[in-house]
Unconditional design. Structure first.
Length: 95
């Protein structure tokens, strides 16, 4: 599963099912305010740039400390190891 060209934000969730980590991509329809983003990623937010430069990726700042599941889609998009649920936002939508 990969992310194609985006015009609006998406939520990439990861969860374990039958011993396998599964990713799901859904539209992120909430406001891009701090409270909504914090709720979506499950903790303090951190903004990471995608390696292609087209997206801001909102991650859980403490994801590794909390031993969240590896997010292969976000890791590929950003070029380094990312864990937990993330919001992928086209550049320019977050102030």
């Amino acid at each position: 599963m990969e992310i194609k060209e985006l015009e609006s934000p998406v939520l990439v969730t990861v969860e374990e099912k039958s011993g396998e980590v599964v990713s799901t991509i859904t539209a992120f329809t909430k406001d891009l305010d701090q409270a909504s983003m914090k709720e979506a990623v499950g903790g303090w937010i951190e903004l990471v740039k995608s390696k292609c430069g087209k997206y801001d990726v909102i991650i859980n700042e403490e994801g590794r400390l909390r031993h969240l599941h590896h997010n292969q889609i976000a890791s590929t998009l950003c070029g380094h190891y990312i864990v937990g649920d993330v919001i992928v936002v086209p550049i320019g939508l977050i102030e």
